[in-house]
Design a protein around this ligand. Sequence first.
Ligand code: ATP
Ligand code: MG
Length: 331
Amino acid sequence: MAATTSPPDALHLESLTRVFTPRGKAPVTALDGVDLRLPAGGVHGLLGPNGAGKTTLCKIACTVLLPTSGRASVLGFDVVRDAAEVRREIGIVFGGERGLYGRLSARENLEFWCAMHGLGRRETRTRVSALLDRLGLADRADSLVETFSRGMKQRVHLARGLVADPPLLLLDEPTVGMDPVSAHDFRALVGELRTEGRTVVLTTHDMAEAESVCDTVTFVDHGRVVGTGTPGDVRGLLARGSRIRVHDVADARALAGPLDLPGVLTTHDPARRTLDVDVEGGQDVVGQVMAAILAAGHTSVTAGPPSLEEVYLGLLGTDGDGNRRGMRVGS
Ligand SMILES: Nc1ncnc2c1ncn2[C@@H]1O[C@H](COP(=O)(O)OP(=O)(O)OP(=O)(O)O)[C@@H](O)[C@H]1O
Ligand SMILES: [Mg+2]
C-alpha cells in the first residue's frame, strides 16, 4: 500500500530563533525558539504585544530576514535553502508608507509589480484592473499614490500582495489606518481568499478582527509562542469552566459572602457596574452561583465564554506574582 503523505504546512517553524545585534548595543532576541505549525488553507492570526516578534516572524517567512538558528519552511520549502521557491509561493503585505512608489499611480505601482513577477502585458492589464476593482480603488486608479490616505495606501499594499496570485498571503497589520467600512470590506476579502483555497497569515492588534476572520490564533510574547489553537479552543482552555457576568452591580459586597465558594473567582468593575464570576467547577457549582446571584436580587445576567480580548489579557497579562502566564492549546 502506498504511504500517504500529508500536504505540507503553510508555515512550519522549528526552534526558530532570531537575534538582532545592533552596533554598540546589547543583542535583542526577537524570536526565542519558536515551534509552530500552521496548516495550509484557512486564516491564521498572529497576536501579541508590541515587540513580541510577529513582524520578525513574517520577515523570516518571506525570506527578507535570515533565521539566527532553527528552521522555517513555507508550503514545504525551506526559507534559506529554497528561498526562490518560497518567494514564488508568498504574497507579502507590510503596511505603512514603505514599499509603494508615491510618484506613480496605483495602476502604475501594480503594473510595476506585475513586471517584477514577469507577467506579460495583456495579463498585466487584466490582472491590474481586476485588483483595482476588487480593492475598491478603480476610481482613483490613475491618481498618484502620494495623494492617497493611509487606508487607501493600505489597499494598494493588499493589491500588490495579490499581484502574483500567490497561494499564501502574509499580511502584517493589514487594516491599520482603515476606517471601519474599509476594514469590514477587507475582512470580507480575506473570507474570499480563504474560499479560493489560499492560506492567509495575518498579524493584528484588533481582537474583533482576529475573532471574525481567523481559523486559528497564535499568541506570541517575548519571542515565544504562548498559546495557539482555534479561537474556540483558546477560549475554552482559558475559561476552564464558565464565566457569568452580572450587570448593574454598583456594590458587590452583598454577593461576596454567597459567592465565596471553592473554584469561584469574582471580579468587580465599579465603572462598568459589572461583576464577572469565573466558575471552575461543574454544573452543580454553576447552579449554586446562579442561585446566589438571583437570591441577591440580580436578574441581569449573561453567561458564555470569554472574548478573545479577555483571553489575550489572561495569557499575556501577568499573574499575581508578576510572572507571565503561558499555555498551549492542541498539539
Ligand atoms: N532591525 C532590528 N534591529 C534591532 N532590533 C530589532 C530589529 N527589528 C526588530 N527588532 C527588535 O525585535 C523585537 C521584535 O520586534 P518585531 O518588530 O518583530 O515585533 P512585533 O511583534 O512586530 O511588534 P509590533 O506589534 O509593535 O509591530 C523588538 O524588541 C524589536 O525592537
Ligand atoms: Mg510588527
